[in-house]
Design a protein around this ligand. Structure first.
Ligand code: FMN
Ligand code: PMP
Length: 211
């Protein structure tokens, strides 16, 4: 299979320092809003990179569920591989791959569990079937067959047949407090525009980076 000629030029837009918000969260919100309005598929999907004790990185996609000055929030199983890696090393990187608008955003920061109260509030807003799936899935651990998984779902459905399904204590959110956020806009002939914000106390410094 020859992949060498698979490429395209990025011609949609440029990015100038004068167009950037002073605060990267404000800039992120502008870009995310555009990604949603332009009906990109899974606009909130982000790749999350963590590292294990040996320094081995691993990645997976999760959905961003909240963003504000305090950081980026996603939800997952606290026994999952990502959560176990974060327990040993809070350093994390997030990546939004917005191919259709020739943009990407990279975030580096530190992840912390949110409160059980905050997690429960989000959990209760999810569809019941997803709540049962969270109870049934020992995420990232081997499961012998799909049938075993479905049996577990059925057991949980029975157990929680009446009333609200409570949030499991092994499931909840992480908030990523960022210290670096890069905005990338594709340019012609590989001469892309890149701006990197770095936290300097209460403020943010902005550098244009070579493409
Ligand atoms: C578009 C998309 C969104 C996903 N969103 C989540 C999510 O919000 N939370 C989650 O735990 N897993 C989500 N997953 C599944 C993860 O990618 C991953 O398989 C799972 O969290 C286990 O990862 P780990 O074993 O590295 O911890 C999503 C997958 C895709 C493709
Ligand atoms: C396992 C898992 N957990 C959580 C989520 C988060 O999304 P939601 O809360 O909207 O179901 C997803 C989304 N694909 C998922 O696959």
């Amino acid at each position: 299979m020859n992949l060498e000629d698979l490429r395209r030029d990025y011609l949609m837009a440029g990015l100038d320092e004068k167009d950037l918000a002073a605060n990267p969260i404000a800039q992120f919100e502008i870009w995310l809003k555009q990604a949603i309005e332009l009906q990109l598929k899974d606009p909130t999907a982000m790749t999350v990179a963590t590292v294990d004790a040996s320094g081995q990185p691993s990645q997976r996609i999760v959905l961003l569920k909240h963003v504000d000055a305090a950081g980026f929030v996603f939800f997952t199983n606290y026994g999952s591989r990502k959560a176990r890696e974060l327990a040993g090393n809070q350093k994390i990187s997030l990546h939004f791959p917005w191919h259709d608008i020739e943009r990407q955003v990279k975030v580096c920061g530190v992840a912390e569990k949110i409160s059980a109260v905050e997690s429960a509030k989000y959990f209760l807003s999810r569809p019941k079937e997803s709540q049962l799936a969270a109870w049934a899935s020992h995420q990232s651990h081997p499961v012998s067959t799909r049938q075993m998984l479905m049996q577990q779902v059925a057991r949980m459905k029975e157990k929680f047949a009446h009333g609200d399904i409570p949030a499991p204590d092994f499931w909840g959110g992480f908030r990523v407090a960022p210290h670096e956020i890069e905005f990338w806009q594709g340019g012609a002939n590989r001469l892309h525009d890149r701006f990197s914000y770095r936290r300097t106390g209460e403020q943010w410094a902005i550098d244009r980076l070579a493409p």
